[in-house]
Design a protein around this ligand. Structure first.
Ligand SMILES: [Mg+2]
Length: 381
């Protein structure tokens, strides 16, 4: 596919690297606009969105024949022939790093623009909080994620909490060597400075990925959110709070599901609402939010460069996921042209279909799902 070849070259050239790392529906339109003179690929009448955890990978191990399945979306020369994206609620690392990691694990070349993570929509809030102090929470590198989106005054919760003596009374009982790894070291002069973080108002909090230390994070978030962004001060108006997803649980390496960001949200909300006078206010992104599917639809549509404005040449968009409440419910809510495929390789393990959110198709693995799609679309692969 000529267009996708051009896209790959544009994406990997040094001068375009920043643009790709900052990809979104809006700036994606700018990114693709200069390529619209290229003819659309003839066979691109459908696209695929893959969930990652429980479909493509379990932990860092490919499952369900995922490398072979993805390979079928490329031609003999190794050029992508079918538009696809990864649509995951996971995150904690910039899209550029996640794409490189996936490429290595799955033995295909994946672009940052193909990786839509739970926190990817946060980049659309840059204009509102670009120069304000914001706090990024979660495993991995939450502050780096937000910095790459363009936020200029961001601290991880690990680093922010380190400015406040005794803010976590349980801290001395924890092994903190990993918690503060990578944080900058500040002199007492900087810490006591009138302009240091403790004296600056936190204007927004972003839960980028799963909290590592629930007790410390819930304590410090209550401090920030109840005081208008100034821990230790009087009760005041709550700053905005954003979650990258609202997953109650996810399938990791352990045999049964693990508690996810939605469970952390419930814990924080329950405590906050019991302790403080006003109910916690927040916004959650991630699947099954229809916004996420519309955003994926735009990105897939832009990736095939259709010539008629307002017309979508992608007749069918396939969502392949393992979680009925997240992947299948989301695809159903998004409506046409989404077609949902549920795999039995992760959260869902039932013999039949899910009783509440039945998928359009249920298969055992992602390889079976791709095989079904390619046969249905009558493509020679
Ligand atoms: Mg999943």
């Amino acid at each position: 596919m000529k267009f996708l070849q051009i896209l790959r070259k544009a994406a990997t050239s040094p001068q375009n690297r920043h643009r790709v790392s900052s990809f979104s529906a809006n700036n994606g339109r700018r990114f693709f606009s200069h390529l619209h003179s290229q003819p659309p690929p003839p066979s691109a009448s459908f696209g695929i969105a893959f969930d990652i955890d429980g479909v493509i990978l379990r932990g860092e191990t490919p499952i369900g024949g995922s490398p072979q399945a993805l390979k079928r979306l490329y031609d003999d020369s190794g050029n992508m022939s079918i538009p696809y994206v990864f649509l995951t609620n996971g995150g904690g690392v910039p899209e550029t790093e996640r794409a490189a990691e996936l490429s290595k694990l799955l033995s295909v070349r994946i672009l940052a623009s193909q990786v839509i993570q739970g926190h990817s929509p946060f980049m659309q809030l840059v204009n509102r909080f670009e120069n304000e102090l914001i706090i990024a929470v979660g495993k991995g590198e939450p502050a780096k994620v937000m910095s790459e989106y363009g936020f200029k005054n961001v601290l991880s919760l690990d680093e922010y909490a380190s400015y406040f003596e005794h803010i976590d009374p349980l801290g001395k009982f924890k092994n903190s060597t990993s918690q503060l790894a990578g944080c900058k070291k500040y002199s007492s002069k900087e810490t006591d400075s009138e302009n240091g973080p403790p004296s600056q108002r936190v204007e927004a909090v972003f839960i980028v990925s799963d909290s590592v230390d629930w007790s410390r994070d819930i304590q410090v978030l209550c401090d920030i959110l109840s005081t208008g962004g100034l821990p230790g001060r009087e009760i005041s108006t709550q700053p905005p709070l954003y979650f990258a997803n609202d997953d109650l649980s996810y399938q990791g390496l352990f045999p049964t599901e693990r508690l996810g960001m939605g469970a952390f949200r419930i814990a924080l909300e329950s405590i906050y609402n019991r302790v403080y006078p006003n109910a916690l206010e927040y916004t959650s992104y991630g699947k099954p939010n229809p916004f996420v599917f519309k955003n994926a639809e735009k990105i897939l549509m832009q990736s095939i460069c259709h010539p008629i404005e307002g017309q979508n040449p992608l007749k069918t968009l396939y969502m392949i996921g393992d979680n009925p409440l997240v992947d299948i419910k989301g695809a159903q809510q998004a409506g046409q042209p989404w077609f949902s495929i549920l795999t039995r390789s992760g959260v869902f393990k039932g013999k039949g279909n899910h009783p509440v959110y039945p998928a359009d198709l249920v298969v055992d693995t992602v390889e079976e799902a791709v095989d079904y799609i390619l046969r249905k679309e009558t493509l020679q692969t």
